[in-house]
Design a binder for this molecule. Structure first.
Ligand SMILES: C[S@@+](CC[C@H](N)C(=O)[O-])C[C@H]1O[C@@H](n2cnc3c(N)ncnc32)[C@H](O)[C@@H]1O
Length: 386
């Protein structure tokens, strides 16, 4: 590895040893990068000669072909490619990474490891490797590349180069902001291609990791506070493991950002799951606790609150309270019972079950409903029912 600054590189990365890149005909593989973007990656690798390379987001393998070709005559270099999914997202009959087969005769397959169907957090600890070069190209939505980067950072050498693809995709797809947000919040030497064709915009960028990157990494944790996409995320099932690995490497202050973000996301998923079909039953102390909790995590609340005494109560924390209206919601609703009195709560629950509601009663069930099913470690319990 040549650890010099990426900005000390005497030519634009995309111009460096381009002839090496041109030995592959990329029209034969399904590459999702433009020729100039592939040249940028090729040039950075050919110049800096990283030893351990990590690719996160493989797709059919066009980018992998480029990376393997770039190290084909650098015997010390090896590549680990990780994709969270097994199959190519554009064609379920194609395996991720399978385009590498097209050039199997000339790529260094003995120095390549492909891991499918796993999040990178499940892969890194077992590898016992530190990386000099990373290509991040996953969901492009928050938290996508941001969480992947934070997961990988403890496994990077100082001087490592991290390339982010699709960093301008938000020009076309509004919520695809994760790579640019990561680039903006990272501290380090930065480089983008110099030679972008007229009328095109640059869509790839590189950051070099140094002591200042780690010193100011809280900026990147801050970025996790922005709303997470509902569409593409690492997936709720991965978040517990990602969090567990992060907590081994980052202090409590940084983990607080992670927990807050995961918390908000999990609550939103749960509320989404029931969409408009939740009713809250009981407008007393417990309901106040629920509203306090949801407000704390900035979760919008516009669900019916029922109380037998609605005429006297009228509203709670600014939310309207109405009399129960079982008929309007029967057989399609979940009811969260927030009645303070246990005996009364059980009686109402029995009645609602009879009517076909999915019923959740009491603090324990509420916590279970809202988060325990996803994330046991979260300190939510303390703010409920106060
Ligand atoms: C834009 S494509 C990658 C394109 C590829 N780098 C290339 O140059 O051809 C995004 C890939 O990221 C994968 N992906 C999505 N979420 C991921 C995650 N959390 N970790 C790793 N890969 C992920 C998808 O399965 C998909 O294959």
């Amino acid at each position: 590895m040549r650890f010099g600054s990426i900005n000390a590189m005497p030519v634009a990365p995309e111009m460096f040893e381009k002839e090496h890149l041109n030995s592959i005909d990329f029209s034969r593989v399904r590459s999702e990068m433009s020729g100039n973007e592939r040249a940028f990656v090729n040039g950075l690798i050919r110049y800096h000669r990283p030893v351990n390379i990590l690719e996160i987001g493989v797709s059919s393998g066009g980018g992998t072909v480029n990376l393997l070709n770039a190290i084909s005559d650098i015997p010390a270099s090896r590549l680990i490619s990780v994709d969270r999914f097994t199959n190519y997202y554009k064609d379920a009959n194609v395996l991720n990474g399978s385009d590498v087969d097209i050039y199997a005769d000339r790529l260094p397959l003995d120095r390549w490891k492909l891991v499918l169907n796993k999040d990178v957090c499940d892969v890194l600890p077992g590898l016992e490797m530190r990386f000099d070069f990373v290509v991040l190209d996953t969901t492009h939505r928050i938290p996508g590349e941001i969480l992947a980067f934070l997961t990988v950072l403890p496994y990077l050498n100082d001087g490592a180069i991290v390339v982010m693809h699709d960093y301008s995709l938000s020009y076309k797809t509004e919520d695809a902001i994760a790579p640019r947000l990561l680039f903006a919040t990272l501290v380090g030497e930065k480089r983008v291609p110099q030679n972008v064709a007229e009328g095109r915009y640059n869509n790839i960028a590189a950051v070099q990791i140094g002591p200042d990157t780690r010193k100011h990494i809280a900026n990147v944790f801050q970025a996790l506070a922005l709303p997470w996409s509902r569409v593409f995320t690492p997936g709720a099932e991965d978040l517990a493991q990602i969090r567990a690995l992060l907590s081994k490497h980052y202090d409590g202050e940084k983990m607080a950002y992670v927990d807050e973000a995961i918390n908000r996301y999990s609550l939103r998923l749960t509320l989404d799951q029931f969409a408009k079909n939740i009713v809250f039953y009981g407008a007393g102390k417990n309901m106040r606790g629920v509203l306090h909790f949801l407000t704390h995590y900035q979760i919008p609340f516009d669900y019916p609150i029922w109380d037998i005494d609605a005429d006297n109560i009228n509203d709670i924390n600014g939310h309207k309270v109405t009399k129960p209206d079982f008929e309007s919601r029967v057989h399609q609703s979940a009811a969260i019972i927030t009645i303070d009195d246990r005996v009364e709560s059980e009686a109402v629950a029995a009645r609602l079950v009879e009517l076909g509601f999915t019923v959740l009663t009491g603090k324990g069930r509420f916590i279970e409903f809202f988060h325990r099913q996803f994330f046991e470690w979260l300190p939510i319990g303390d703010v409920i029912w106060n």
